[in-house]
Design a protein around this ligand. Structure first.
Ligand code: CAA
Ligand code: FAD
Length: 384
């Protein structure tokens, strides 16, 4: 089993999670991963199995149907699943870190009983809706409105790029209620799919993570009961930012897994492929690539586990999560590109998997805050 090198004291439970996630990825996710990428389809059956394995609500308290595990175990599971299928891991990451975590941390007991219990087991899937056509990095600039109508909110607007937009039954939607309060006027509402006036836009045809469905969502006079607001009036932006701090650990773990998956394939291939009478591993140019890949992956892994550990130990993790995501996503992009190079022409076709991992890697530098935004977050923390 891989270890970090630094003494992170991975316990038996964490090692067991790694084994379980690795076995699941090999036996259930690997068969069909190329086809799902090509056809942009995520199998509902696989999603159900991931729920049964406990991957959809890993950190949620058992009281609400979750696994009650720590963030390090969660990061390890995301890492192992991402080695094989980054579409599966983004669905998992959004459900665990953005939807379940926000509900458990800030939701009322009634909201947890009604929604969290089903989300944590994977019986239903959740979506996190912050981004809009004109509000991505500039997330405070919300154009979606939630007008206070007394006993309910009237929701109007469009959300863009929503992961699991079609699959999800429950959406956490950020919307502006009091524009004069700026970001402190934003609320987070739990909105059920199927509500009158709620429609799903077309599926985005993406470069990578193609089996994960990404849609825009439209709200036209959707009535949302007051009891579906999470937290106090105006708490929505704080909720979104706090949630994303943890989400960034999940995406950093995803990037780490994508890099490690491509590296493992490249290492194996380098020992099998022969040119000029030798395995290509014997050419120092190839050895040096693999040495650099292994080194950067190890460094990324330490940053990811450190951020997860900070969160588990109740330390501030804004900076460590942003650093982990910034670094691991760059490592994923670089390592996957080199893995394609090591495979030569075979790396350029789908059968060898590394071209998909390279396409999947790119998104980790963009979503849950672009690399530029992570630098902005880190820089602000430096002078706090
Ligand atoms: N943690 C907690 N609170 C935070 C925070 C953080 N990391 N960052 C900002 N805040 C709070 C601030 O404290 C402030 O609140 P108060 O005024 O009440 O103190 C409020 O948020 C606004 O912060 P700023 O004044 O710093 O706002 P800004 O506009 O200058 O910058 C930003 C904010 C950091 C750029 C932020 O908008 C941001 O993170 N943008 C990126 C958005 C993003 O990550 N989107 C991801 C969407 S989900 C997704 O992508 C899922 C997926 O793909 C799978
Ligand atoms: P912009 O904000 O327009 O940025 C354009 C470029 O300008 C970027 O390079 C950016 O880094 C740079 N830039 C912007 N501002 C600054 C600055 N101040 N300093 C330096 N550089 C800057 N969102 C959700 O809410 N929920 C989801 O489930 C979700 N899933 C997604 C899935 C996919 C596949 C994709 C592609 C996106 C998803 N997103 C989701 C949205 C994602 O979080 C945004 O795309 C991302 O935050 C960037 O916003 P933007 O696309 O509007 O780019």
């Amino acid at each position: 089993t891989e270890r970090t090198g630094l003494d992170f004291n991975l316990g038996e439970e964490q090692e067991a999670v790694r084994e379980a996630a690795r076995d699941f990825a090999q036996s259930e996710l690997l068969p069909g991963v190329i086809e799902r990428d090509t056809e942009q389809k995520f199998d509902k059956d696989l999603l159900r199995k991931m729920g049964e394995m406990g991957f959809m609500g890993m950190m949620v308290s058992p009281e609400y149907g979750g696994g009650g595990m720590d963030t390090v175990s969660y990061a390890i599971a995301v890492e192992e699943i991402s080695k094989v299928d980054a579409s599966a891991s983004v669905i998992m990451s959004v459900n665990n870190s953005l939807v379940c975590w926000g509900l458990e941390a800030f939701g009322s007991e009634e909201q947890k009983q009604k929604y969290l219990t089903r989300l944590a087991t994977g019986e239903i899937i959740g979506a996190f809706c912050l981004s809009e056509p004109e509000a991505g990095s500039d997330a405070t600039s919300q154009h979606t409105t939630a007008q206070d109508m007394g006993d309910h909110y009237l929701l109007n607007g469009t959300k863009n790029w929503i992961t699991s937009g079609n699959t999800a039954s429950v959406c956490l939607v950020m919307a502006q209620t009091n524009p004069e309060e700026k970001h402190r006027g934003i609320n987070c509402l739990i909105v059920e799919k199927g509500s009158d006036g709620f429609s799903v836009g077309r599926k985005e045809d993406k470069m990578g993570i193609r089996a994960s469905d990404t849609h825009s969502l439209m709200f036209s006079d959707v009535k949302v009961p007051k009891e579906n607001r999470i937290g106090d009036d105006g708490f929505g932006f704080k909720l979104a930012m706090s949630t994303l701090n943890g989400g960034r650990i999940g995406i950093a773990a995803q990037a780490l897994g994508i890099a490690a998956g491509a590296y493992e394939r490249a290492l194996q291939y380098a020992q099998e492929r022969t040119t000029f009478g030798h395995p290509i591993f014997d050419h120092q140019a190839i050895q040096f690539k693999l040495a650099d890949m292994a080194t950067r992956i190890e460094a990324a892994r330490l940053l990811v586990y450190k951020a997860a550990k900070d969160k588990d130990e109740g330390k501030d993790y804004v900076k460590s999560a942003a650093m982990a995501k910034l670094y691991a996503s760059d490592v994923a992009m670089w390592v996957t590109t080199e893995a394609v190079q090591i495979h030569g022409g075979y790396g350029y076709v789908k059968e060898y998997h590394v071209e998909r991992l390279m396409r999947d890697a790119k998104i980790t530098q963009i979503y849950e805050g672009t690399s530029e935004i992570q630098k902005l977050v880190i820089a602000r923390e430096l002078i706090k």
